[in-house]
Design a protein around this ligand. Structure first.
Ligand code: ZN
Length: 40
């Protein structure tokens, strides 16, 4: 029985979509939004 199975629900900073973050530092739902955030 895995005890460390968790996922992090996040809300995308860019489009507001709720998504499951694959890493603790993910704040965007997809690469597209990540790129948008980096293009400021
Ligand atoms: Zn997004």
């Amino acid at each position: 029985m895995p005890k460390a199975k968790f996922h992090i629900e996040r809300k995308c900073n860019i489009c507001g979509t709720t998504f499951i973050a694959k890493t603790l530092t993910s704040v965007h739902c997809c690469r597209k939004c990540s790129n948008a955030a980096n293009e400021v």
